[in-house]
Design a binder for this molecule. Structure first.
Ligand code: ZN
Length: 265
C-alpha cells in the first residue's frame, strides 16, 4: 500500500512535466489592419478584431493585432502561425519581402476583401501568383447581399455552411482571370449566377466569381467578404471566419521535438 502511494506521487509529478513538453506551443495569430483607409473597410476590420478576439478567449489561439505594417518583418513573423490582413496589404518593399519569405517557409495567411486588391500599378507579380493569378477587374455598387454556393461541402473551412446561403451586404469583386482556372487553386465558395445583374451604380452582369478560395501551394485562404459593418450579422456565415482560421492552424507543420530541450543531467 505504502509503495503504491509512493508510485502515485511520482506519477503526479512526472506526468504534468512530460505532458507539457509534448504539447505543441500556443497557436498565434497576428492581425494587420489600417485606420486611414476607406471607412467601410475600417468598420469591417474593427468588427473582425472583436470577432477573433472573442474566439481567442474561448481558448483556440492567442490573438494580437497591429496597425504597424512594419511588424511584417522576418523576426516578428517567426513567432506567428497565421497573419490576418483585414482590408489592407503591405506598404513597402521590405514588408512585401518579409511576407514572401514567411509564406514560402510555411507561414499562414487569411486575407479579406481589399487585402487582395491588385492592379497594373501594384507591381507585385509574386502576390498575384500567390492569390492564384486573379487581378482585380471590377465590383458591384452599392454593397448588396448575395446568394453564395459552397463548392466543397466536405472542406473543413465550409463544413458548417449550408450548400447555399444568403451572405450579408458586401462589395463583391470580379477577378480576371478567375482563380478557378489555376490548377493549384481550390475554390470553396462562389457567387451564385442567379444574383446577376448585381448592383445599381456598378453592376456585375455575368462571369465566374469565386468568393473564398485557397491556393494549395501555400497555407492561405482568401475571402472576398469585408466591406462595411454588416458582414458579421449572419451567425451562419460567421462559422467560415472561424473555421478557415482553425483549418490554417490544422495545416501547420508541428515538429515532434519539444520547443525547449530538456535539461541534461
Ligand atoms: Zn470594399
Amino acid at each position: 500500500m505504502k509503495r503504491r502511494s509512493y508510485l502515485l506521487m511520482i506519477l503526479a509529478f512526472w506526468l504534468p512535466l512530460h505532458v507539457s513538453l509534448a504539447q505543441p506551443r500556443a497557436f498565434r495569430v497576428l492581425a494587420f489592419y489600417s485606420t486611414n483607409v476607406e471607412q467601410d473597410h475600417v468598420d469591417f476590420a474593427r468588427q473582425a478584431l472583436g470577432f477573433y478576439a472573442s474566439k481567442a478567449r474561448k481558448g483556440h489561439f492567442a490573438f494580437t493585432s497591429t496597425t504597424n505594417w512594419d511588424d511584417l518583418n522576418v523576426v516578428r513573423l517567426k513567432s506567428v502561425d497565421v497573419v490576418l490582413w483585414l482590408n489592407d496589404s503591405p506598404h513597402t518593399q521590405g514588408q512585401r519581402s518579409a511576407f514572401e519569405d514567411y509564406m514560402q517557409h510555411g507561414g499562414g495567411w487569411l486575407g479579406f476583401h481589399v487585402a487582395a486588391y491588385n492592379d497594373a500599378d501594384t507591381n507585385w507579380p509574386w502576390f498575384v501568383e500567390f492569390l492564384g493569378g486573379g487581378v482585380f477587374y471590377g465590383n458591384n455598387w452599392p454593397p448588396l447581399p448575395a446568394l453564395l454556393h459552397v463548392d466543397d461541402e466536405t472542406s473543413t473551412v465550409t463544413k458548417h455552411l449550408a450548400a447555399q446561403f444568403m451572405s450579408p451586404a458586401n462589395e463583391w469583386y470580379i477577378w480576371k482571370p478567375s482563380p478557378r482556372l489555376n490548377e493549384n487553386v481550390k475554390v470553396l465558395v462562389t457567387l451564385d449566377p442567379s444574383n446577376y445583374p448585381l448592383g445599381l451604380k456598378d453592376t456585375v452582369l455575368a462571369g465566374d466569381l469565386p468568393v473564398v478560395w485557397s491556393n494549395t501551394k501555400y497555407r492561405m485562404v482568401y475571402m472576398n467578404m469585408g466591406h462595411g459593418d454588416k458582414i458579421f450579422a449572419d451567425v451562419h456565415q460567421n462559422h467560415i471566419f472561424e473555421d478557415a482560421l482553425l483549418w490554417l492552424h490544422s495545416t501547420r507543420k508541428v515538429t515532434s521535438k519539444p520547443a525547449v530541450a530538456p535539461h541534461k543531467r
